[in-house]
Design a protein around this ligand. Structure first.
Ligand code: SF4
Length: 324
């Protein structure tokens, strides 16, 4: 630790330990959030119960690891996004609060523990995501498949949404997860292609787009979903281009939310996008043909995913009926 580090608040030092690769990056003060982004502190009994269950089953959640602002609301409704394959990511995206470093071997009991938790919570819909596991031969695809199988066995009425990494250079991984037939296959583009080198340096925009296109081609009945954050410096024209790209990959559901900077060493917020601009994006996206759009400052790809899945199914039914 150098002299400057010695006077840093303990909280900031702890956050840097989660992201050792960011310790040398310049610090950008976190701007005060506008009134439309304030959320209530998580205190409800439902929140406490969800937390206790996750601990008991040794499960990680992206809700906690990503410091999601919606945790109070989601957990009080017993809606959580489970993060499999450990709590340590092999990538180092500039926007993400998940711990980075060398992960532990994957836990063979995790799929069953997850299914037990899903059954115990009586979830109608579950979202399963993971850290990036570039260190594994299959990128973790096999664990996704086992999780889907275990949930189907222990909680057959629960619908399953997977939010997967990009499986870059992991041959057969996308196909394996799609073949396990989750109800929704979600993969986030996160930002516009121009910002990939700074915001998502380990990923490739067109690879992520191709992933979504591949899933839809393999199984057109599967719902596909993707999301981006705004407020990172993208332009409106670039956002509209991403919408067109996603539509040409056949993506059904688009989410757009405000980027929030987890620590001073993460990518700085360019601006807070006002709610009216989100409404405008939502209108334009619907006009471009998405079955569903969720766009608001607090939208996250798993926010209200349970309720949205029912709306997604109803939207497809209405579309099919109209088409005769
Ligand atoms: S929006 Fe998603 S990540 Fe955030 S608390 Fe809700 S379920 Fe968790």
């Amino acid at each position: 630790m150098n002299d400057v580090d010695a006077v840093k608040p303990a909280e900031e030092r702890a956050k840097e330990l989660r992201h050792p690769e960011k310790a040398h990056k310049p610090a950008h003060p976190i701007p005060r959030k506008p009134a439309w982004i304030r959320v209530r502190a998580p205190t409800s009994p439902g929140y406490q119960e969800t937390r206790a269950l996750m601990r008991r089953q040794h499960l990680h959640t992206v809700c906690e690891e990503a410091a999601c602002p919606n945790i109070g609301e989601c957990w009080s409704r017993r809606h959580a996004t489970v993060m499999i394959l450990g709590d340590t990511c092999t990538r180092a995206c500039a926007f993400c609060n998940v711990r980075t470093g060398t992960p532990k071997p994957s836990d063979p009991l995790e799929p069953e523990n997850l299914a037990v938790a899903v059954a115990e919570m009586g979830l109608k819909h579950v979202v399963v995501t993971s850290v990036d596991r570039d260190d594994l031969d299959d990128g973790g695809a096999g664990q996704f498949v086992r999780c889907i199988e275990c949930i189907r066995a222990l909680a057959p009425a629960t619908t399953i949404e997977v939010l997967t990494p990009d499986f870059l250079r992991k041959e057969g991984a996308i196909e394996a997860v799609a073949a396990a037939r989750p109800d929704v296959y979600n993969h986030n583009l996160e930002t516009v292609p121009r910002l990939y080198p700074t915001i998502r340096p380990g990923a490739r925009y067109f690879h992520s787009l191709r992933l979504l296109d591949t899933v839809k081609r393999l199984d057109p009945a599967l719902f596909t979903k993707s999301g981006i954050m705004v407020g990172l410096g993208e332009t409106r024209t670039e956002v509209l281009q991403v919408m067109d790209d996603l539509r040409s990959a056949g993506v059904d559901f688009l989410t757009i939310g405000q980027y929030l900077q987890p620590t001073p060493r993460h990518a700085p917020i360019d601006r807070f996008v006002p709610p009216a601009e989100f409404d405008n994006y939502a209108r334009l996206a619907r006009a471009k043909g998405f079955l569903m759009v969720s766009a608001s400052p607090l939208t996250r790809s798993s926010y209200h995913a349970d309720r949205d899945f029912e709306r997604l199914r109803a939207a497809r039914l209405a579309q099919d009926t109209a088409a005769g």
